[in-house]
Design a protein around this ligand. Structure first.
Ligand code: NAD
Ligand code: ZN
Length: 428
């Protein structure tokens, strides 16, 4: 590792700052341990941890200052990590629908500005705070919005992936240690954190419970998908629904989450995977990701659940809702077979509306549950999922539909909002 850091230091000092891909000589210098860096990481992204560790870093971040306000590229200050925290150089970040909802400020209680949003990314550890022993400078890492401390009553049971302290909390906007922000403007105004992660910045500080080390040979761009979208979708099929071979699945909402759920269902050997979306532009992707049938609610005059019951002789074994809409959720619930049908809620609902079910409907034997992060325990189980992806069990091709420079973040939000992108990868 010392050699690797030395190589990085020499390179950052001697090579011109440019955004071209790594040259073969450069890659050779970084050595085998960093094969993942072949993945188009420009030389300018590498840093010298000996120079930055323990110091405030001044860098660029996309800061949002109010609901639906355009992101402003600002120069910010990032404090060093304190006890059990990690500072990361973000290499790539992408946009998930949850960022879109937070940006719109759909849930008033979640509003806190100025703020750095973003939770899907991949990066390198720049430095670690006191007490962090499982991570070190140069490690390739994925931030996770649903952390795992590893020793609380929740982390020590297999039943849940919610950590007592570091579970997902959309209302939290400061660090756990001291209730303060590690980000500030040049004038010292604090900038709030988001979803345990805040990835729309060149450098971020996270609790080590929210940082997962991955194989340095893993392709970095694709690994960013495991930070949220693909892990959650695949886990919804594998862990929450526990899809069985030969079964039928209906997936509502064919964004990255729904398509990843399809990949998960396909990997489990589901024989019928029905995709439901009001945007038929998503159906080609659906086919690529294992879907066998499609329903566009706009094309039919009957409720979607009736159509799905007709297509499956009474209903699917599992339905997975990835649109974040209560009316859609009701259709998903009623699309499953009575007696055993299982509905998994993935979508995030900023609306104050309640679950659209009558309690007596549960006597028909249909069940419903929700999943955060696909029920994966991030720190302990994500490395295995990353391996499964690298071995082709889950195909990560096709999820990154666009790539843009970090500065074009507002364009990337539009692409997702307009239903044109699955994941737009920003080169930070
Ligand atoms: P996305 O915007 O890329 O995709 C949503 C899809 O739903 C789009 O294709 C859209 O056309 C479709 N849709 C919208 N209204 C519909 C309707 N009435 N009927 C059928 N389809 C409809 O979003 P994404 O990034 O894939 O995220 C999907 C959902 O998952 C969001 O609500 C997001 O906040 C949530 N999410 C949950 C978790 C979790 O841990 N539970 C994690 C990440 C994201
Ligand atoms: Zn997300």
């Amino acid at each position: 590792m010392a050699m690797l850091l030395q190589a990085r230091r020499i390179l950052t000092q001697t090579l011109p700052r440019c955004s071209s891909n790594s040259s073969p000589a450069f890659v050779k210098l970084l050595g085998l341990a960093s094969r993942g860096l072949h993945d188009n990481v420009s030389r300018s992204k590498l840093f010298d941890p000996n120079a930055t560790s323990g110091n405030v870093i001044t860098c660029k971040a996309a800061v949002v200052r109010g609901p639906k306000q355009p992101f402003l590229m600002e120069t910010i200050r990032v404090d060093p990590p304190t006890k059990m925290e990690v500072r990361i150089k973000i290499l790539y970040t992408s946009i998930c629908h949850t960022d879109l909802s937070a940006w719109k400020g759909e849930n008033e209680a979640q509003r806190a500005y100025p703020r750095i949003l973003g939770h899907e990314a991949v990066g390198l550890v720049e430095s670690v705070g006191e007490g962090v022993t499982d991570l070190k400078a140069g490690d390739h890492v994925i931030p996770i919005f649903n952390g795992e401390c590893g020793h609380c009553p929740y982390c020590t049971t297999k039943t849940t992936n919610l950590c007592q302290t570091y579970r997902v909390n959309p209302f939290k906007s400061v660090m756990e240690n001291d209730g303060k922000c590690r980000f500030s403007t040049k004038d010292g105004e604090p900038i709030f954190h988001y979803l345990n992660t805040s990835t729309f910045t060149e450098y971020s500080v996270l609790d080590s419970a929210c940082v997962v080390k991955i194989d340095p040979n893993a392709p970095l761009k694709k690994m960013s998908l495991l930070s949220c979208g693909v892990s959650t979708g695949v886990g919804a099929a594998w862990n929450a629904a526990n899809v069985q071979a030969g079964s039928s699945v209906a997936i509502f909402g064919l964004g990255a989450l729904g398509l990843a759920a399809s990949e998960g269902a396909r990997a489990r050997g589901a024989s019928k995977i029905i995709g439901v979306d009001i945007n038929p532009g998503k159906f080609d992707k659906g086919k690529e990701m294992g879907m066998t049938h499609f329903v566009n609610p706009k094309d039919i005059s009957k409720p979607v659940h009736q159509r799905i019951r007709e297509m499956t002789g009474g209903g699917v074994d599992y339905s997975i809702e990835c649109a974040g809409n209560v009316e859609v959720l009701r259709e998903a619930f009623l699309s499953t077979h009575d007696g055993w049908g299982k509905t998994v809620v993935v979508g995030i609902y900023p609306t104050p509306k309640m679950l659209p079910l009558h309690p007596m409907e549960l006597f028909d034997g249909r069940s419903i549950s929700g999943t955060i992060f696909g029920d994966f325990k991030g720190k302990s189980q994500l490395p295995e999922l990353a391996k499964a992806c690298m071995n082709g069990v889950v195909n990560l091709d096709g999820f990154i539909t666009h790539e843009l420079p970090f500065e074009k973040i507002n364009e990337a939000f539009e692409l997702l909002g307009d239903g044109k992108a699955l994941r737009c990868l920003l080169h930070v």
